[in-house]
Write a protein that binds this ligand. Structure first.
Ligand code: SF4
Length: 339
């Protein structure tokens, strides 16, 4: 950190002096956060602090019965609770229970949930699910994990939402994207797989708080500890959080490399390089006419890929590199263009 050249009153501080002071403050805060990490809070302490911050934490899927909660949770896969809550009032008004939904016309169910992603597949799942409930469970929602996960569209996460919220007997902690991110940022685990994170949380916390733990972490993740820009400056648990003010790269979904052979270091390097560097490399290349065309195509393809990456919330989803990048006229120029 650069020292301030001379003392200036706050009101007369130059922009440079203000910037220096701000940097100093941030550095102090980060150092404090780092110190806190060495005296890490227990899971129980963290949960208590989070519950104090979100005493109203609860499942945010609107429902009037275990059956409706089950259907709403199945519908919430790959979409938001808000989107589900917009569609389910009409669905549940027409088909409030398993017997009604099992007999519902497919096209009408599709029409009622058409604002939700993958609505055709979800229509199949919830109508089959309703049919199975009628045939095997007298139209009621079963109260065991094994029986729930045997239903169409129901996985362990959905089953535990229903067991915890509707019946108060969860068989695990629900680990969605928020719980996954928060668990890592709060130092509760270094695991990255939901199943392993769930196991760690279950070991660290008593069963009676498993259900509220997931709701509380989800509340905090939706309102404060955002994936891209966590609001550490207003977070009431920052004093206990080892990632405070340095959390942006913690708990984010790992970059996925699709479409390239496993262990391809060359391709991995090409696809993880920042978009700005790639663009700069493309500009500095000086190939001949053919190589120039190849380089321009490569740069265009990479810029498009970079745009996709940004739009996808930072997850790198690389496409196959343009073939033209592999056959430049001059090796040196092509190497620059493809880097
Ligand atoms: S907002 Fe910041 S301080 Fe709060 S839990 Fe998230 S990373 Fe920690």
């Amino acid at each position: 950190m650069k020292p301030v050249a001379k003392k200036t009153s706050p009101s007369r501080a130059t922009p440079a002096a203000k910037a220096t002071a701000k940097t100093k403050t941030i550095t102090t805060i980060k150092t404090t956060a780092s110190t806190r990490a060495s005296t890490r809070a227990s899971a129980t302490e963290l949960l208590a602090a989070l519950r104090a911050a979100h005493p109203d934490a609860h499942c945010e899927l609107d429902h009037g019965s275990p059956f409706q909660l089950l259907v709403a949770t199945v519908l919430s896969a790959q979409t938001t609770d808000v989107a589900v809550n917009k569609a389910t009032p009409a669905l549940f008004a027409a088909y409030p229970d398993a017997r009604a939904l099992a007999a519902a016309p497919t096209d009408d169910v599709e029409a009622k949930i058409s604002t939700i992603g993958m609505f055709r597949q979800k229509t199949r799942n919830i109508t089959k699910l309703a049919t199975m409930l009628v045939e095997k469970h007298h139209g009621e929602v079963p109260r065991t994990l094994d029986a729930l996960v045997a239903l169409p569209g129901v996985g362990r996460k959905t089953a535990n939402v229903v067991l915890g919220v509707a019946f108060g007997v969860p068989e695990g902690v629900v680990v969605d994207t928020h719980v996954q991110r928060l668990s890592q940022r709060l130092g509760l685990t270094t695991e990255t797989e939901p199943e392993k994170i769930e196991k760690v949380l279950c070991e660290k916390l008593p069963r009676e708080v498993w259900d509220i733990t997931s709701h509380t972490l989800i509340f905090h993740g939706r309102r404060v500890c955002f994936a891209r820009k966590p609001a550490c400056d207003t977070c009431t648990v920052s004093a206990l959080c080892p990632s405070a003010f340095v959390a942006e790269e913690v708990g984010r979904k790992p970059k996925r490399d699709r479409g390239e052979p496993e262990g391809s270091a060359k391709n991995a390097t090409a696809t993880t390089k920042p978009a700005t560097k790639r663009a700069a490399s493309a500009k500095t290349a000086k190939p001949n006419a053919n190589a120039k065309t190849a380089s321009a195509k490569t740069a265009s393809a990479k810029t498009t890929a970079a745009t996709r990456t940004t739009a996808a919330g930072g997850d790198a989803r690389p496409k196959k590199p343009a073939k033209t990048a592999k056959k430049p006229a001059k090796p040196r120029a092509a190497t620059r263009g493809a880097s």
